[in-house]
Design a protein around this ligand. Structure first.
Ligand code: IFM
Length: 742
């Protein structure tokens, strides 16, 4: 049984930041960190917006956090009751992750009696611009004595930013002259870089007799609601908040106002029902049931919850940031994480979202071409950290040296050329899985040809040699920079050439639209010849003769052999960076994350199982798993090697990455906390493609279960070519049922 609820009892200041991630609610348009209504920027409050960015000065360009319309705190007889300032007697936060509903319950021993504050909120899945909150208070006391109560509630525009402030101007106002209960309060922020407007609109419902006064101070616009409170009676405030930006609509202000007024009219309970209904629909096509392991089932579905929270369903061309909608870490940028780790979840449960993610890459092709041109190459070099328009937000200096406080030059942006192949992989995976040519016809074919052109330009050949090589790159293992012939990168480049060849030979499509488009822009015969030659002659390192291990890059085998434990012993500072020029791992065989193993997962059909397992055994003890992307790759490959017992701990590590609240928070001196959607997606891939063994055979959906010890069975839905299937796996038998149209 899944409980669908996580809870944490007790108040601990140290957990404020991790709770922000763990108890997040979101709807793809915005994410609200799991913070309390009375929290302010020092408690890392964020209403994080998808796809809108700003840069101030030389600071990193990052996504916007909207002014917080949930902001509310309480005063009784002139004394404030709020955390973290006033010590509670009891405190609990919880999340119903079936329906994306956050709750808090706090009790104080107040002078007036036992004060209980309950709040509940959700980011509407039904109406993506809407946030609703219920705020209830009650004092239990023998006496009949009335209490002077004040609720301060409104919009806090003193926003938490890592590299802000992003609003040059903040306009705080109401829509009414007088103080009527129906009035709206509003904040419009104007961004620094491009003058975009972010509007937050709020209205409320509070039935008891009360007075209202508007207070504007410290970048907050608040209503001060004063009333007489009777012990034993519960008082409920309802808040309706909308968030719109000028990028959403020219009439964003009107829409924002109308939405909160209409929602108030509809009422909180009805809005909650509509929201919950949407969540139920999502689970119909995605819930994974595991018989025999409730902990794994909960961790996995909780991971899926986070993927649902960040899926861009409000548009048809947007991708997902590496930390989802949990804040500004990693500049809210899109990495290879989306295509390589998250895509399959959406492909199998909501193909429309998968298409939206890839449309973003098609739209950002001009940015990728510009980046290639900047480095002197043809074709498309996608942004390592992609923001809107394909702008590469990755800085030259991604790490701060803990000893000198100086910025360290890293080459992620310049040398992780495997990003372009990830985009090609995503598009081809979508096309092959859905059988739909739409993406190719809408520009996907050009993306593939341009990425192949980029790799073609990068090929290196020794004068006397015959083969092509790729030099001076960074593979998935970021601790070893600027290496030659990283196997993963070379193999992905070959995959890109092969995909382009398929397009050029019309093996993928018989579609005149695509043909016409390409004919007009490219010398198709010339490209075909080039890419065929490149694919045939690009060097792909082979398993070594003795041990069957594939060298991660030229010279890797000659590096120092040292255990991870011993290496850790060399650290002089716990936040010291392991890679780069002087990192402790740089001159050793210790790697940050799955590299050859990732390549073997993608191309397992090209290798004997023995080679797969030999590489797993070789690389795993040498992997620090310093990235949350690592564990799932080991888990999936272990399944492919029929080692589910070895896969299991890596699967759990991925599935637990957010629920455990123990994610890595620092890279050098840079804050990297937040949720881990790639890890969530990796846990899903392990469960579905690894343990259940879902795969395609001649266009048919098949399963080949390989359950870990303790699992008696699995059951889950999967969409394939516009049909919904249910996969049922027990120890005795397995089946796939076609349930018709999803
Ligand atoms: O994309 C990853 C990369 O592989 C490792 N560092 C973090 C990035 C974002 O998740």
């Amino acid at each position: 049984m899944i409980n669908w609820r996580i809870e944490e009892e007790g108040f601990d200041q140290e957990r404020i930041s991790s709770h922000g991630n763990k108890f997040l609610v979101g709807n793809g348009y915005l994410g609200i960190r799991g913070t309390l209504p009375e929290y302010e920027k020092k408690e890392f409050v964020a209403v994080n917006l998808a796809g809108i960015y700003d840069q101030v000065g030389d600071g990193w360009r990052e996504p916007l956090n909207a002014p917080n319309g949930l902001y509310t705190y309480l005063r009784l007889n002139n004394k404030e009751y709020r955390l973290p300032q006033s010590e509670p007697e009891q405190h609990k936060v919880s999340l119903d992750y079936r329906h994306g509903v956050y709750e808090r319950s706090t009790t104080w021993n107040a002078a007036e009696g036992r004060l209980t504050l309950l709040t509940q909120r959700f980011a509407s899945m039904d109406e993506k611009h809407l946030i609703c909150m219920r705020y209830s208070i009650k004092v239990e006391d023998e006496s009949e004595q009335e209490i002077d109560a004040e609720i301060f509630t409104g919009i806090d525009a003193e926003v938490w930013d890592i590299n802000g402030p992003h609003y040059d101007e903040l306009n705080m106002r109401t829509n009414a002259e007088g103080n009527t209960a129906d009035e709206l309060i509003m904040v419009t922020g104007t961004t620094h870089e491009s003058g975009d407007q972010v509007g937050v609109y709020e209205t409320y419902r509070f039935d008891p007799m009360h007075q209202q006064e508007i207070v504007i101070e410290d970048n907050k616009i608040l209503r001060r609601l004063t009333f007489k409170m009777k012990p034993g009676k519960e008082y409920q405030l309802f808040k309706f908040i909308s968030v719109y930006t000028s990028k959403d609509h020219t009439d964003y202000e009107k829409l924002g106002r109308e939405l909160v007024s209409a929602s108030k009219h509809t009422g909180y309970q009805k809005k909650l029902e509509l929201h919950s209904k949407q969540w139920e629909k999502l689970w119909c096509n995605s819930e994974v049931m595991i018989d025999g392991d409730d902990e794994a089932m909960e961790a996995l579905n909780y991971s899926l919850y986070h993927l649902h929270c960040i899926a861009p369903r409000h548009t048809d061309h947007l991708s997902i940031a590496a930390r989802g909608l949990s804040g500004q870490t990693y500049k809210g940028a899109v990495f290879w994480d989306t295509e390589m780790f998250m895509l399959d979840f959406f492909l199998f449960t909501e193909p429309e979202v998968a298409k939206t993610l890839l449309k973003y890459r098609i739209d950002t092709l001009p940015g990728a071409k510009k980046k290639a041109e900047y480095y002197g190459y043809q074709g498309a070099f996608y942004a390592w950290e992609s923001q809107e328009g394909g702008y590469d937000a990755c800085s030259d200096y991604n790490v701060t040296d803990v000893f000198t406080g100086r910025q360290m030059r890293t080459y992620f942006k310049d040398k992780q050329i495997h990003i372009s192949a990830a985009v090609v992989y995503g598009i081809m995976r979508y096309v092959n899985y859905t059988g739909s040519l739409e993406l190719l016809a809408d520009g996907g074919a050009e993306v593939i040809l341009e990425c192949a052109s980029f790799y073609y330009d990068l090929l290196v050949k020794k004068v006397r040699g015959d083969r092509y090589e790729l030099h001076d790159v960074i593979g998935p293992d970021e601790y070893h920079e600027r290496v030659n012939n990283n196997t993963y990168t070379n193999r992905m480049a070959k995959y890109t050439f092969d995909s382009a060849i398929q397009i050029l030979r019309k093996l993928v499509y018989q579609d005149v639209r695509i043909e016409e488009r390409l004919k007009d822009r490219y010398d198709l015969t010339g490209l075909l010849e080039q890419f065929q030659d490149a694919s045939d002659r690009l060097y792909i390192p082979e398993p070594d003769q003795k041990g069957g291990v594939i060298e991660q890059f030229d010279g890797y085998f000659a590096l120092e052999e040292v255990s991870i434990e011993e290496l850790k012993g060399r650290l002089l500072h716990d936040k010291e960076y392991w890679g780069g020029a002087y990192g402790i791992a740089t001159h050793t065989k210790v790697i940050k994350q799955a590299d050859v193993v990732t390549m073997l997962n993608l191309f397992s059909q090209d290798y004997e199982e023995e080679i797969l397992s030999k590489n797993w055994e070789y690389y795993e003890p040498r992997t620090e798993h310093g990235s949350s992307l690592s564990a799932c790759m080991y888990a999936i490959l272990a399944c492919k090697c029929h080692m589910p017992e070895k896969a299991y701990p890596f699967f759990m590590k991925s599935a637990l990455s957010d629920i455990s609240g123990k994610g890595k928070e620092w890279a050098g001196l840079i804050y990297i906390g937040g949720t881990h959607p790639a890890s969530s997606g990796g846990a899903y891939m392990t469960a579905i493609e690894g343990f259940a063994g879902v795969h395609l055979e001649q266009g048919e959906l098949k399963i080949k279960p390989c359950l870990p010890p303790g699992w008696n069975g699995m059951s889950f839905p999967i969409i394939y070519r516009d049909e919904l299937y249910r996969v049922e796996i027990t120890k005795e038998q397995s089946s796939i049922h076609n349930l018709g149209k999803p």
